[in-house]
Design a binder for this molecule. Structure first.
Ligand code: 5GP
Ligand code: ZN
Length: 114
């Protein structure tokens, strides 16, 4: 996707604070962090949201969750815990139309969401 900011970050066309990268995924610090640790894990393949994922993406989706686990460990929030969120569509206020998993951690959070 030519005009997708996360595609551009994933391909290094736009610089970002990348904390992890492999063949299929990249993780980078959120521009506007909501918690002391706020990282976005995105697939290098452009998928607009979880709703747009296909059966062929099954392995990639699993890889993204294991990437979350790996990044959380590397950033030191494995013990204290962290929240993993993906916003999908209008009601969830998805603002970037490229699938991303938020890792939020580094401080105690509110119990409730929504
Ligand atoms: P959403 O609301 O779509 O779930 O989350 C999008 C997230 O992407 C927001 O937390 C926002 O701060 C972050 N974001 C938007 N544009 C950029 C960018 O260019 N670079 C980085 N690092 N984060 C971005
Ligand atoms: Zn994209």
């Amino acid at each position: 996707m030519d005009d997708c900011i996360f595609c551009k970050i994933a391909s290094h066309e736009v610089p970002s604070n990348i904390v992890y990268e492999d063949e299929y995924a990249v993780a980078f610090n959120d521009l506007n962090p909501q918690t002391p640790v706020h990282v976005l894990v995105v697939p290098k393949k452009h998928i607009a949201s979880i709703a747009a994922a296909q059966a062929e993406d099954e392995q990639l989706l699993g890889h993204l969750l294991l990437t979350v686990q790996r990044v959380a460990k590397a950033l030191g929030v494995e013990e204290s815990g962290y929240r993993v969120i993906t916003n999908c569509g209008k009601d969830a206020c998805q603002s970037v139309q490229h699938l991303h998993l938020h890792i939020l951690g580094g401080k105690p959070m509110q119990e409730r969401m929504g």
